[in-house]
Design a protein around this ligand. Structure first.
Ligand SMILES: Nc1ncnc2c1ncn2[C@@H]1O[C@H](COP(=O)(O)OP(=O)(O)OP(=O)(O)O)[C@@H](O)[C@H]1O
Ligand SMILES: [Mg+2]
Length: 232
């Protein structure tokens, strides 16, 4: 179980960008937090990663409250983060980008790279191409693959569908479902593309003006109704 309790965080002492956030999700599931521009999605992920300080509240991961840990300790504990806009290294090749992910963990490089290519086979054919030459969808795949090779327990994704053509978005969604179910990775994503996010998730929360206004489990019976009810 991953749990956020009463989390408030922001960029200044006077004001908070997210208020009293509560999120609960079982391990190895996919949870989507949907919200429009400025709702606080990136702020929430940054505060989970310890990149901005939490003012109040707790974040329970693997039985420990990580809310006051620094970002290095949080990533070492098994949470990986793909920031908004992907942030791959443009002058390194696909494979060098993947290797850089592994260097951090001093792991078996060959095995790690093969895992990346197993889940993202399209990357194998372009392994020697520079990151900066890739399409948006390929960059997003590389960013997720680079995170996967460190064998995280949980991944945080900031708008993985942003600026990517629809068929590649669907492919990324399919791979994320495979990663969650086969590798037992817990996936928390934030999105504005509501139908994409809710079609691949087991639960959702709606973030508006820095607060969660609704949320529930998603089943095949209620999925369509939830997607139609959310207007960003
Ligand atoms: N570095 C910062 N300093 C001060 N305020 C910030 C900073 N970054 C974001 N904010 C403010 O915090 C609020 C939430 O922003 P956030 O980036 O979390 O939104 P978001 O939901 O990720 O939006 P988008 O969908 O556009 O990425 C906004 O009002 C924004 O102006
Ligand atoms: Mg954002």
């Amino acid at each position: 179980m991953f749990e956020i309790k009463n989390l408030t965080a922001g960029y200044s002492d006077e004001s908070a960008a997210i208020h009293s956030i509560n999120v609960q999700m079982p391990s190895s599931e996919i949870c989507a937090i949907v919200g429009s521009n400025g709702a606080g999605k990136t702020t929430l992920l940054k505060s989970i990663m310890g990149l901005i300080p939490s003012k109040t509240g707790s974040i329970i991961f693997d039985g420990e409250d990580i809310a006051q840990w620094n970002s290095e300790k949080i990533s070492r504990s098994g949470i990986a983060y793909v920031p908004q806009g992907r942030m791959i290294f443009p002058y390194l090749t696909v494979e060098e980008n993947l290797l850089l992910g592994c260097e951090v963990r001093k792991m078996n490089l060959k095995k790690a790279i093969e895992l990346g290519y197993e889940y993202f086979p399209d990357l194998k054919g372009i392994r020697n191409r520079k990151g900066g030459m890739l399409s948006g969808g390929q960059q997003q795949q590389l960013a997720i693959a680079r995170m996967l090779v460190v064998e995280p327990k949980m991944i945080l994704l900031d708008e993985p569908a942003e600026g990517i053509q629809p068929n590649v978005v669907q492919e990324i969604g399919r791979i994320l479902q495979k990663v969650a179910s086969e590798l037992n990775v817990t996936v928390l994503l934030v999105e504005q593309f509501v139908s994409f996010a809710l079609n691949l998730s087991h639960s959702y929360y709606f973030l508006q003006g820095g607060e969660i206004t609704s949320g529930s489990k998603i089943t095949d019976d209620n999925r369509k109704g939830i997607i139609e009810s959310i207007k960003l």
